[in-house]
Design a protein around this ligand. Structure first.
Ligand SMILES: [Zn+2]
Ligand SMILES: [Zn+2]
Length: 333
């Protein structure tokens, strides 16, 4: 099959991601073989390609927002039929037995494995997924619309829950890409007032179209103090900026898997009055189920830009350069 491979991590413009031919994968005994129809492009794929994340599987095929159909399964799989549509997301496997898994925090499992990092993902014609980690997708969403929900959407949802936004609260979103624009729709559907702080003109326009109360530059002071903020931009220098924008008792959640260094914080203006900073690590399957149900109910829609699978490296380069708003989705013909 045709697939993309991170042979030597490096800048995507310089060939960090290469087209290769490799055998169709053989599913493990508890896994599904999935014929990929669409795969969303996530910033984490860029971090894997460029070596911002350590190599966990040499030559890995990125992609963890996969919509496809079941094309085969291992001997131990029950409950899936060939041709059924499934989603494959970032969290691929946990041990199910550690203290974190036992208390419902499987996203913190030290033995967790990830699609498109530890195992080959969806920038290919076929991929595999443990059946217990495959997601059923709402019928009303087509493949392209569903793909970005599988990481951008789920992570945005978890980041929103981690931000502890009170009902009807004031939320600031720093950065407004694939994840943030889905998170904004969830927050708005729940009655929040959303302020978007980002530099891109297209992203600001999209924010206003979706119903944001205000837009501004990432370093601007929002028009009212925030109950909660979410940092989507991978820019540590915005942590103190967002903390200063919080009201007393406010919470900042950091959505990214990778963040540049955070400068020293000033206690009085940035942390005192019980402000909190929280990180967001992956997601649980429960987050995914909650978000996918909510997305179907409130018609949460990604703004998508479709690329043929053969142009995956271009899509990643365009993401890096900020050449589109919303989310890119690769499709196999
Ligand atoms: Zn565990
Ligand atoms: Zn992702």
């Amino acid at each position: 099959m045709r697939a993309w491979s991170v042979v030597v991590p490096g800048p995507v413009e310089a060939g960090g991601l290469r087209p290769v031919v490799k055998p169709v994968p053989v599913p493990g005994e508890d896994e599904l073989l999935v014929r990929v129809r669409a795969c969303g492009v996530c910033r984490t794929d860029l971090h894997v390609t460029e070596g911002d994340l350590p190599v966990r599987r040499p030559g890995v095929t990125p992609g963890h927002e996969v919509v496809g159909v079941v094309a085969g399964s291992g001997a131990a799989v029950r409950g899936f039929v060939t041709g059924e549509r499934v989603g494959v997301a970032w969290l691929r496997r946990t041990d199910g037995s550690c203290a974190h898994c036992a208390r419902g925090a499987e996203n913190l499992c030290p033995a967790s494995r990830y699609t498109g990092w530890d195992a080959d993902g969806g920038y290919a014609e076929y991929t595999t997924v443990p059946a217990a980690f495959a997601h059923r997708l709402p019928a009303g969403l087509d493949d392209v619309a569903a793909a970005p929900l599988l990481c951008a959407g789920i992570i945005g949802y978890r980041a929103l829950r981690r931000a502890s936004l009170p009902p009807g609260g004031r939320l600031g979103l720093y950065g407004f890409g694939g994840s943030a624009h889905l998170c904004a729709q969830v927050a708005l559907s729940e009655g929040a007032r959303v302020h978007v702080l980002t530099r891109g003109a297209a992203a600001r326009r999209l924010a206003l179209e979706l119903g944001a109360a205000s837009v501004g530059d990432a370093h601007d002071v929002p028009p009212e103090p925030l109950d909660s903020a979410i940092l989507f931009a991978p820019a540590g220098e915005l942590v103190p900026v967002a903390l200063r924008a919080l009201d007393r008792g406010g919470v900042l959640s950091i959505a990214g898997i990778h963040l540049s260094d955070i400068p020293p914080l000033r206690y009085e203006s940035e942390l005192f009055y019980e402000k909190e900073v929280r990180s967001v690590t992956s997601n649980t399957r429960q987050d995914a189920r909650e978000f996918l149900a909510l997305a179907a109910r409130h018609d949460v829609r990604a703004t998508t830009h479709v690329y043929p699978m053969a142009r995956a490296a271009q899509a990643l380069a365009d993401l890096k350069a900020g050449r589109f708003d919303g989310a890119a989705v690769l499709v196999n013909d």
